[in-house]
Design a binder for this molecule. Sequence first.
Ligand SMILES: Nc1ncnc2c1ncn2[C@@H]1O[C@H](COP(=O)(O)OP(=O)(O)OP(=O)(O)O)[C@@H](O)[C@H]1O
Length: 304
Amino acid sequence: MHDTVLAVDRIAKRYGDVVALDGMTFDVRAGELFGFVGSNGAGKTTTMRIVLGVLAADAGEVRWRGRPITLADRRRIGYLPEERGLYPRMRVLDHLVYLGELHGMGTNAAIGAAERWISRIGLRAHRDDRVQQLSLGNQQRVQLAAALVHAPEALVLDEPFSGLDPVAVDVLAAVLRERAEAGVPVIFSSHQLDLVERLCDRVGIVRSGRMVACGTVDELRAGGSARLTVTAPQAPPGWADGLPGVRVLGTEGPRTLLELADGADDQSVLRAALATGPVQEFSRHRPSLTELFRDAVTAETRAA
Ligand SMILES: Nc1ncnc2c1ncn2[C@@H]1O[C@H](COP(=O)(O)OP(=O)(O)OP(=O)(O)O)[C@@H](O)[C@H]1O
């Protein structure tokens, strides 16, 4: 039995004629990092807004620890919205203290927490600057500290890594991992799939307002079709066309990337490659998250 904290259950949402969410369903468990990925417009931000109560769903339910989520539950969530909302003229420390107090912290506790996050997120040199004086990336760091300052019981972060330099990416990755290890469920959206693959316990791939694949990266990869990379310098263009159970995904110089249907015979591919001349590379691998994601997006294009 998993310790589900947040459950999104068959959420539907339309904007006029646009169907933004169409039965969106998934859950996030205590202590896990959940990566929420999907192409632009797939419905990630809309889902997060509904979880936080910024938007109302047309149908479906959000549950917090097994019962319908309330305003009080939502105040326990640390939220990084897509539309970043800081007061530009406030100073960094004052801003974070203010937000901590808004979430019910006493002033001293809020100051202590704000100082700790300022150090942790690398903002010490900017502690007394006004938000509007900061670079975009540093404003993003303040926004992240704002989501963390009140010791939330869950984190819902809309593209938290966007705009961060590589050092800040590493710091944030460590912070999120640490929060998860403390039992906090963390859900975040990102287009940086290598980061999602490296960091997340589970990943959900969203397409057209629905969850089309959800599981650990290993589970998702195991469910994807095997890939073959073949390097055959003398092979003419189209050498792999028509091989049974084989789809050509692309070529790059002498290398051809192939997708194998279940049960397709990779040895017949090897024989076909050898028939063209020397084969310098022949390797079979499971798709990466990026490749799985491309498959999902391609399926969307084909369905459109
Ligand atoms: N306020 C709005 N009015 C009309 N349509 C909207 C509105 N907000 C979102 N949509 C539409 O709803 C769908 C889902 O958008 P959403 O912002 O949730 O996607 P997303 O997955 O977060 O995309 P991105 O990766 O680009 O941030 C899109 O078709 C979008 O155009």
